[in-house]
Design a protein around this ligand. Structure first.
Ligand SMILES: [Zn+2]
Length: 441
């Protein structure tokens, strides 16, 4: 018998690679944080002597969910202002609150709340864009969670930096500090075409290819963004980014609700990724991303929740369902975005967009053991004819029972092992009082 660190046996194991495959009564063998083997449980019990054996008799084991777009610290602004269009929401509520309150402490506390929420919902990796990103990196690292942290760049000053040059300088220092970390990676995160000037965009384009870092940006979020740019600059934002050299395989274009056929062809040729945030787009009435068309063109489409201020939860299982339902309605085709594709978008496609797919995103030998178990038993879930359909159309995050990142268990029978939720809650409540006093309502 071969000694291993842990063996996780489940009623169903869904490796995501190949898409749609469901393995019954299988186990994942883990050693040194990585997947050593995926095999039938009966064979695993003869072959391996695990230090820890977890048996999940009515559960599905899937790759850890990858939230490809969020602003973790904004958990502190969940529900601060709702039922408003994007620009009113930003200009009259979110930006003023940020001007008054955002600090390293705010970002630390908000990120801790988001990490706790995401782990409880089966999310093992998130791609973040916010001020004081090193505070988010520190929180994720301490929680044992995987994060891709944005080097934020925006034209206007904040408590974090005075302008684009300082944002970049601080972000690059963070990149150096975390370079080579097993859990934390960095990407460029220019906020949006309408908040970042040409000079900064060109510098980011150059640095991105020099350092081989992805670029994470809100693009074509609303029709207003596109028509305003056409009026002011005589071109659509994506065209401007293309001229700055940013439409490449490294691009993670978030939202993309406004796309013509030429733009879809451009993204496909460039091998860029699109990050779809259906619930945020619906809530802000931003528009509909043509997901089915993008996928037919061969474009990698990942899923993100966006922040808790515009969603208002960080629940990737519900995001999968919304994405699948919305894509069918937008395409006028019930076969658009089938359940196995929704699961791929929430896992492997996110890993691909982040440039992490050699290490995470599916349950195959050699990748890190980032895994999520979902309890499929009980009145609200059974019968289970097809566990992938059940995950997409029935399950929600309350059925997530256990989570591992690089083989380390961060959620055990719904209890967090590295984050003290009471401590996090106390800070969240404290911030609520402070924010309540200043929001104009
Ligand atoms: Zn966003």
């Amino acid at each position: 018998m071969e000694r291993i660190d842990s063996l996780i046996s489940a009623r169903w194991v869904i490796p995501v690679e190949p898409e749609g495959l469901v393995l019954e009564h299988h186990s994942v063998a883990v050693r040194d944080g990585r997947i050593l083997d995926v095999l039938p449980t009966a064979a695993a019990l003869k072959l391996y002597a695990p230090d820890n054996h977890t048996d999940l008799p009515r559960h599905t084991l899937i790759p850890g969910l990858v939230n490809a777009h969020t602003h973790a610290a904004m958990n502190l602004m969940r529900g601060l202002a709702d039922d408003l269009p994007l620009m009113t929401w930003l200009q009259e509520h979110i930006w003023p609150a940020e001007q008054t309150h955002v600090s390293a402490e705010f970002v630390h506390d908000g990120s801790a709340a988001a990490c706790a929420e995401m782990l409880m919902g089966g999310i093992t990796c998130f791609n973040d864009m916010y001020f004081f990103p090193e505070a988010t990196a520190r929180v994720a690292s301490q929680a044992g969670m995987r994060a891709s942290v944005g080097i934020i760049v925006i034209d206007f000053p904040s408590a974090y930096a005075a302008g684009p040059a300082e944002y970049l300088e601080k972000g690059l220092a963070m990149h150096d500090a975390w370079h080579g970390d097993p859990l934390i990676s960095t990407v460029f995160a220019p906020h949006a075409p309408y908040t970042v000037g040409d000079e900064a965009l060109e510098r980011i384009s150059m640095l991105s290819s020099e350092l081989d870092l992805p670029v994470h940006m809100h693009i074509h979020e609303t029709a207003h963004e596109v028509s305003e740019a056409e009026g002011n600059l005589g071109m659509r934002p994506l065209q401007r980014l293309h001229q700055a050299g940013l439409v490449t395989p490294s691009l993670m274009a978030v939202h993309m609700t406004q796309l013509n056929d030429d733009e879809i062809a451009l993204l496909a040729r460039a091998n860029a990724s699109v990050i779809h945030c259906p619930e945020s787009n619906l809530k802000l009435a931003s528009g509909f991303c043509p997901v089915h068309k993008l996928q037919q063109a061969g474009i990698n489409v990942a899923l993100g929740t966006d922040s808790a201020a515009s969603n208002n939860d960080l629940d990737m299982l519900s995001e999968m369902r919304t994405a699948a339902l919305l894509a069918k309605a937008v395409a006028g085709d019930a076969a658009a975005l089938p359940a196995p594709r929704a699961l791929t978008m929430a896992t492997l496609a996110g890993a691909r967009a982040l440039g992490l797919d050699e290490n995470i995103g599916s349950l195959v030998k050699g990748k890190f053991a980032d895994m999520t178990a979902v309890d499929m038993g009980g009145i609200t879930m059974e019968p289970v004819f097809n566990p992938i359909s059940q995950l997409t159309y029935v399950a929600n995050r309350n059925q997530v029972s256990d989570v591992w990142v690089a083989g380390r268990q961060l959620l055990r029978s719904r209890a967090l092992t590295t984050i003290n939720p009471d401590n996090v809650l106390e800070r969240v409540r404290n911030w609520q009082q402070r924010l309540q006093v200043t929001d104009p309502g």
